[in-house]
Write a protein that binds this ligand. Sequence first.
Ligand code: GDP
Ligand code: FO1
Ligand code: CA
Length: 320
Amino acid sequence: MRIVVPAGGIGGARFLRGLQKELGVGPDSTGEEPSITVIGNTGDDITLFGLRICPDLDTVMYTLGGGINEEQGWGRADESFTVKEELAAYGMQPTWFGLGDRDTATHIVRSQMMAAGYPLSAVTEALCDRWRPGVRLLPMTDDRVETHVIVDDESGGQRAIHFQEWWIRHRAALPAHRILGVGAEDAAPAPGVLEAVEQADAVLLPPSNPVVSIGSVLSVPGVREALERATVVGVSPIIGGSAVRGMADACLKAIGVETTAQAVAEHYGSGLLDGWLVDRADEGTAVEGVAVRSLPLYMSDAEATAAIARAALDLVDELK
Ligand code: GDP
Ligand code: FO1
Ligand code: CA
């Protein structure tokens, strides 16, 4: 059984942990069957202080590899912030980004390898040699794609800011006129991405941000088309009209999609989705051309999450 999971950060990583539990694979799995290939979102990536930072790839790698800060959902466990404080003492900007010391080592390895000419996919593989996440973690692309958000500026016009500035500094509270994937049009899927989708027995969309995580993966030319040919079952990131955790509602608003399980499914479309899992609170959701099932969708612990993964795999079986 070969499973492909396009994923963002926290929601994607937690779902993957449940999927591994359900399949009895990882964290140290050597990649025998069943195998999981993750197509990680890189639209959140940013260069700060000369360091290339890939939040969603790192969140998946640390979560599955046992290095994540569990309460926070991102960054390293046991983290300290000496480097961040020292940079601030030099007056270096920005000061709003939580750059942890342990995490910084990851960014240094990545930046050094990239400066030496290695593509992000090779760098990610090298980083995973340490973390052994038990999945094949592929960036969606080796090309630079960055999500920017169009907001109002002080002089009555508009300006684009990096997604991380909007998300962290402004807590997604600045009204977003548009969300753009800068560089997406000219990007190519990373090596292995299209092959993995073509060979997949199932594609599962985890409860990730539908705009800046899944939407970003889908924006890489060729990826959506490949996914449309596969059997795709998605897990709604929206429960009872709310984004559960995080600020996905602000992203949906920016693209004119309602914060409901139904609107998100319709946004993906029946061309992409074959099946859609919604929470019990959203029972009665109907999407034309998509098989909808309802069950508890809170990823409260590994068991509850494994049950969601099982339901997704069962629906794939039913649809095949
Ligand atoms: P991020 O990159 O860290 O924002 O993480 P993702 O892109 O993977 O998306 C997180 C999304 O998952 C959030 O926007 C929520 O809507 C959704 N989410 C978070 N926790 C849960 C949960 O327990 N159940 C479900 N169904 N969705 C969740
Ligand atoms: N999220 C925050 O809310 N504040 C931070 O300072 C912060 C730093 C950070 C550093 C590394 C990393 O991998 C993730 C980090 N995040 C932080 C999470 C990240 O901004 C977002 O949750 C995702 O990019 C949105 O999907
Ligand atoms: Ca993300």
